[in-house]
Design a protein around this ligand. Sequence first.
Ligand code: ATP
Length: 495
Amino acid sequence: MSNQKENKKSPDASNGMEKIVSLCKRRGFIFPGSEIYGGLANSWDYGPLGVELKNNIKQEWWKRFVHQRTDIVGLDTALVMNTKVWEASGHVATFRDPLTECRKCHSRFRADNLGFVRADNIIWIFPINGEKCPNCGVKINPENFTPPVEFNLMLKTFLGPVDPVKMLSGNLAYQILGNQITKEEFQNIEEKVSQVTHYFRPETAQGMFVDFKNVLETTRKRLPFGIAQIGKAFRNEITPGNFIFRTREFEQMEIEYFIKESDWEKYFDHWLGEMRNWLKDLGVKKWHEEEIPDGERAHYSKRTIDIEYDFPFGKKELYGLAYRTDFDLKNHSEKSGEDLRYTNPESGEKFLPHVIEPTWGVDRSVLVALLEAYSEEEAPTAEEGESEARVVLRFPKWLAPVKVAVLPLSKKENLSNKAKEIYQNLAKDFVCEYDETQSIGKRYRRQDEIGTPFCVTVDFDSLEDNAVTIRDRDTMEQERIAISELNGYLKNKLK
Ligand code: ATP
């Protein structure tokens, strides 16, 4: 959990985010969730371009860390697991954030974001530097704010035909009507409620620990080796917000890399290097690596580095890298009774492997990719000496949701037939878009705005010389290429 102040924004910052949010809505990257019913706060849907962008991130990650390595295998585990998993992992007891409420405006906040500090790991002390309510501006003191209460972040659900909420309210009504329930009846209700109460996973990691033995036995991997997973995670965040930065439903890409204890520093450095390479390839020019000090790390971690990024709303966590020791395998061994030790094939020695865990948030990767790619500039128009503003998403080419746009110069049938033929041929190799509406200048701008690296213009000469004009998004230079060489040319350029 980070302890940064997410409620403060500068006007410039919100402006930067507003542009991204509005572009995402306008062009079909990301829509507000459930919009036709008035929305659902902080829920977002990925539109036609957003899903391509997000898939590119996930596929590149999977290719790089699972397919191109012999020491990592993939997994896809259930979203709802046996509750004992979360008891063993420590999430039921410790996955909590401190919640405080402003008594004046009734806004709720994470206390650590407002300057509350925890003393002796037990009680929360009110801030002493004159901090104010980010919503209504009253001073934060015991008169205006409630003392922080620890709030478990796991999202609950109930499996099976018993609905505990109805059961409890039914019983309440029964008592209001003057009836008494016995202690046994109450315990019976409690028992039923706990039987059906389950949690959506708050991280993908535990699935990889719980299936460790299955993976080991079926793949016969030797240390060091890793298990990778991409999937949804759910957290009942107190203060979701900042677009897709903090939501209650999000996606993670995680690796649990199993090692001998003595090797942990070597592999911690290895994964830090891999995370740096990933950031560069995503187009991130600058980030911060924050060493998390003793006392602020998660309960399982002996060393953590947070990769932070200067978002328009402040410096915040983008990814994390943690040395989880043998905490998880040890706890799952003890609590499940299964022997999760690894046997050294040479010496026969049995031991619990230690774990390095690099974690990437998918949605935060999407947000960073959009922020890094967004640019506004003046570009020349077709008119001599004229220029106009152009918005360009300068995605690295592998990331662009659409790789090639096919644009016939006119809607005339002979030209559009030719262009459609070219489109069909290109679509076998690339994600393409076909667009024949409005002026060619406007169509170029539309493609720039969604980050399409290449536009292929089919003109009347194409009918004669079997060649097309290719326009480069970044240089805006145009080149004439034979249609027969088009796929090969673009493959080379998009490498
Ligand atoms: P934060 O301090 O921002 O709450 P965290 O330290 O709790 O994050 P981790 O538990 O390390 O996050 O989760 C791993 C990654 O999952 C984060 O680095 C981030 O990219 C992503 N992530 C975590 N919580 C959310 C969320 N609520 N919405 C979107 N992405 C999230």
